[in-house]
Design a protein. Sequence first.
Length: 177
Amino acid sequence: MTYERYALAMLLALAGCAGQPAQDSSLSDRVATLEREVRDLSAQMKETLAYVNREKIRQDGKEAFTVQLAEDATLYPINRAGPAGADLAKLDDLVERLAKLGRDYHLEVQGHADNIGPDDYNYALAKARAEAVVRYLHEKKGIALSRMSAISYGAGQATDRPGQNNRRIVIRVLVAQ
């Protein structure tokens, strides 16, 4: 017995219709309504299971590969959040690699800033950079928001080169272990 038939039988039993012949149109209308509800519940359940799987990947996944944006400091000038230039080409390449990955994945988009200015400002700017990348991937490339998370490290994870080279985005592609 399929899940949908089982759920329909349970709903009919709860409604007090199990074993009764379909004598009038109101009963067949109720059955049709229940069948629609079962289909909707089944779709919601599949969507929820997919979401749970993506959350598991986000929490416990292993890193398949990373992409770093803004290796050239001019791509993220002071006080600017959005990707441009070579970063857009890297994002396009990332989307192609994801299509070829053949596995469920989650993108952890990490925003980083330099240490010029107050910590709270750098944190907010790094978050804006990460969110700009998430927005681009969602709006322009069709990647579901549930597959991505934006994280800000502010100036907290500086590279070995001080100053502008810390203005970057690191995208970790996580897959199930």
